[in-house]
Design a protein around this ligand. Structure first.
Ligand SMILES: *Cc1c(COP(=O)(O)O)cnc(C)c1O
Length: 380
C-alpha cells in the first residue's frame, strides 16, 4: 500500500524523500502497515534488528530496565555498561570501550581518539586520516570527511582537513605515511554496494599502518555483531585492529554505538577530552546484553553462516555479481530503486546500496523457509 505524496502535510524534513510505506508494527521477520498488510523484512531496519522485530527477550529487558533506570549519566558507574564491556572486550581482544548512540558517533569518537593518540605521543603533525574509496562511515563532519561520496558532500564544504581517500583500493597503502594518524576501513563495504574489500588489500593496509605507526580502525558498524557469520567480519581476514566501531546490530533497534580500543590507544581519552550525554544509557545496554549473549554463540553464528550460504547460492542462480558473507549480501540489478519498489509490491522489503545494487540484510534469525518465501515472492 503505497502512500500518495502530500509533502505539504508531511512534517518531516525532506532528506529521505517521501516514504514508500507507513509501518506501525513488527513481529519477527515481518513488518505491518496499519491495515494489517505484512511485508517480509529483508532489510532488518538496515542491518539493525538482527533478532527480528519485537523480540521477546529484548522487549522484556527494555521494559524491565525502564522501570528501574532509564538514564544514568557518565558521571556514575553502571553495572550494565561494565557487563556489556566484558563481552565486547572479550570478543574483540581489545581493552577499553567508549559508548555512544549511533554509528557516526562511534566513528567520530574513533577518529578523534586516533588524532589525540598521535598528539599525546608528541607527533603533532600526525593528523592525516586515510579512508577507502567506496567506503561509508556516517554523516557527521568527521565521519563524512572520510566518506568520499560527492553527493553526500554537496553543499557541506569545507569538510575536515587532512583527510585522504585514494582513487583505488590498490593505492591506499601509498597514502598511509608517517603523518597518518589512522586508516579507517570496512571489511565489506555496505553502503558501497556490499563489496568485500579483498583480504590482501586489507592485510597490506594493516602492515603499512604498523610500519609507519598509524592506527587501523575497522568500522564494523554494519558488518559486526554476527552479520557476516562471525562476531566481527575482520576475524575472517585475521586483522588485528587498534580500534573497532560498532552500532547498527548491537541492540536490536535501541540506539547505541560502541568503540573498543587497545589499552595504549584508549589512554589518549583522558577525563574531559570527549563525552556524551546519552552514551551507555541503561536501556540500550540492557537490549545490547540480550543481543550479544544470543549472537556471540557458536550455534547462532553457524546458523548465520549456513542460512547465508543458502541465500548466496540461491541468489547466484537468479542474479548477477552476488557478493558478501553471512547474511550481508548484495546483487547487481539494472535499477535498484525499481527493483526495491517491485519487491515491495510483492510483499518483500529490500534496500538499495547504490544505483545498481540491492542489499539482502534480513534479521539473523531468518530460516531457510523465510528465504524460500522471499525468493518465491521476488523472483517468480
Ligand atoms: C550505517 C553505517 C554508519 C553510520 O551509522 P549511523 O548510525 O547511521 O550514524 C557508519 N559506518 C557504516 C559501515 C555503516 O554501515
Amino acid at each position: 500500500m503505497a502512500i500518495q505524496p502530500d509533502m505539504k502535510r508531511y512534517p518531516l524534513m525532506n532528506n529521505y524523500g517521501y516514504p514508500a510505506l507507513e509501518v506501525v508494527r513488527g513481529q519477527g521477520m515481518n513488518l505491518y502497515t496499519a491495515d494489517g498488510t505484512s511485508y517480509l523484512d529483508f532489510t532488518a531496519g538496515i542491518a539493525v534488528c538482527s533478532l527480528g522485530h519485537a523480540h521477546e527477550a529484548v522487549a522484556h529487558a527494555i521494559s524491565k530496565q525502564a522501570m528501574e533506570l532509564v538514564h544514568c549519566s557518565n558521571l556514575y558507574r553502571n553495572p550494565l555498561r561494565d557487563e556489556l564491556a566484558g563481552h565486547l572486550l572479550r570478543l574483540s581482544g581489545l581493552d577499553k570501550v567508549f559508548y555512544c548512540n549511533s554509528g557516526t558517533e562511534a566513528n567520530e569518537a574513533a577518529l578523534k581518539l586516533a588524532r589525540r593518540y598521535a598528539w599525546q605521543q608528541g607527533a603533532k603533525d600526525r593528523t592525516k586520516l586515510v579512508s577507502l574509496p567506496g567506503g561509508f562511515h556516517g554523516r557527521t563532519y568527521g565521519a563524512l570527511s572520510v566518506t568520499k561520496k560527492p553527493a553526500y558532500h554537496e553543499g557541506y564544504m569545507p569538510l575536515l582537513q587532512d583527510c585522504e581517500t585514494p582513487e583505488s583500493l590498490e593505492v591506499v597503502v601509498d597514502a598511509i605515511d608517517e603523518q597518518t594518524a589512522a586508516c579507517i576501513v570496512e571489511v565489506i563495504q555496505g553502503e558501497g554496494g556490499v563489496r568485500p574489500v579483498p583480504a590482501d588489500v586489507l592485510r597490506a593496509i594493516e602492515e603499512r599502518c604498523r610500519e609507519v605507526g598509524a592506527l587501523l580502525i575497522v568500522d564494523e558498524i554494519q558488518t559486526g555483531v554476527g552479520r557476516t557469520g562471525t562476531f566481527f567480519a575482520y576475524e575472517q581476514i585475521g586483522l588485528k585492529p587498534d580500534i573497532v566501531t560498532m552500532a547498527k546490530g548491537l541492540a536490536n533497534g535501541m540506539p547505541v554505538g560502541a568503540v573498543v580500543a587497545s589499552e595504549a590507544v584508549a589512554a589518549a581519552f583522558t577525563p574531559g577530552s570527549h563525552g556524551t550525554t546519552f552514551g551507555g544509557n541503561p536501556l540500550a545496554m540492557a537490549a545490547a546484553l540480550v543481543v550479544v549473549e544470543t549472537i556471540a554463540n557458536e550455534a547462532f553464528l553457524t546458523h548465520v553462516r549456513e542460512v547465508g550460504e543458502y541465500l548466496k547460492n540461491r541468489l547466484s542462480e537468479v542474479g548477477t555479481d552476488v557478493s558478501g558473507s553471512g547474511l550481508m549480501l548484495g546483487m547487481t540489478v539494472p535499477d535498484a530503486g525499481k527493483f526495491v519498489d517491485d519487491a515491495r509490491a510483492r510483499g518483500v522489503l529490500l534496500a538499495g546500496a547504490g544505483a545498481q545494487r540491492v542489499r539482502f540484510v534480513p534479521p539473523l534469525i531468518a530460516t531457510i523457509d523465510d528465504i524460500d518465501e522471499m525468493l518465491r515472492r521476488v523472483f517468480s
